[in-house]
Ligand binder design. Structure first.
Ligand SMILES: *[C@@H]1O[C@H](CO)[C@@H](O)[C@H](O)[C@H]1NC(C)=O
Ligand SMILES: *[C@@H]1O[C@H](CO)[C@@H](O)[C@H](O)[C@H]1NC(C)=O
Ligand SMILES: *[C@@H]1O[C@H](CO)[C@@H](O)[C@H](O)[C@H]1NC(C)=O
Length: 222
């Protein structure tokens, strides 16, 4: 029996992305026992080193693996999700918010600097985390992580929603809002052509973690 279980769980092929029909069936349960009766063995194990393709957010300088409702059926209706992040030297996980979850951030390996600006009227706060240290980013707060060292960093993050969502702040503001609204919001300090040029240069959300500061990259010979 033990050998059989091993052969089921420790497979080398990429995990299969759950079908939409299966996900909807689990979500539409009359109670916990009904929900559990619909979960397969595969639904309740998530392999962060061999995840389904839809769980991988690949950036220029790292990757995030996110086990949430649509990639890990076991958490559907349970209001939780979990991520593992791999950051290359100098990588920046650019400023972003989670619209539906608070994040508990724990560093496994390396060192990172974190930053948080919660809302209007708050003070910006920052921390230097070593492996073994954690911090919290409350729901809605703009936050980032930066690996300023020449070594890789690895973190885990827990969320209190199975669908935490992410909004990359610069991308949202400069790429997805109307140019005239951005110009007016900046009190006319940037011209329309400057904002248009800025929009073109802004990285898309899925580029996270992105390349970090030029200074760090030079220091680390990248
Ligand atoms: C479970 O996942 C493995 C690979 O991840 C796959 O080969 C197998 O077919 C899956 N089983 C079911 C019942 O979906
Ligand atoms: C911000 O910092 C100032 C100065 O230390 C302090 O007086 C104030 O209470 C802080 N505000 C918040 C919201 O923490
Ligand atoms: C990023 O990794 C390097 C090399 O491991 C480390 O020295 C550095 O402190 C890390 N990041 C930050 C923000 O410090």
């Amino acid at each position: 029996m033990f050998i059989l279980l091993n052969s089921i769980y420790f497979t080398s092929s990429a995990a299969v992305t759950p079908s939409t029909a299966h996900l909807l069936d689990i979500k539409d349960s009359l109670g916990e026992l009904d929900r559990e009766s619909k979960l397969t063995a595969n639904d309740t194990v998530f392999d962060f080193l061999n995840p389904p393709p839809t769980a991988i957010l690949k950036g220029n300088d790292g990757r995030l693996i996110l086990a949430q409702g649509i990639t890990f059926p076991a958490v559907i209706n349970l209001h939780t999700a979990f991520a593992v992040g791999f950051m290359n030297p100098c990588a920046l996980n650019t400023p972003h918010t989670h619209p539906r979850a608070t994040e508990f951030f724990y560093l496994i390996e390396g060192e990172v600097q974190t930053g948080l600006y919660q809302e209007n009227g708050a003070n910006f706060t920052t921390h230097q985390l070593r492996a073994g240290m954690a911090t919290v980013f409350p729901l809605g707060g703009i936050h980032f992580q930066y690996n300023l060292s020449c070594k890789k960093a690895t973190f885990i993050a827990a969320f209190n929603s199975e669908d935490p969502g992410v909004q990359t702040t610069a991308v949202s503001l400069f790429r997805h809002l109307p140019v005239d609204v951005i110009v007016a919001s900046l009190a006319g300090k940037l011209t329309r052509p400057q904002v248009v040029a800025l929009q073109k240069s802004i990285l898309e959300a899925l580029d996270n973690p992105s390349q970090g500061l030029a200074e760090c990259r030079k220091r680390c010979n990248i």
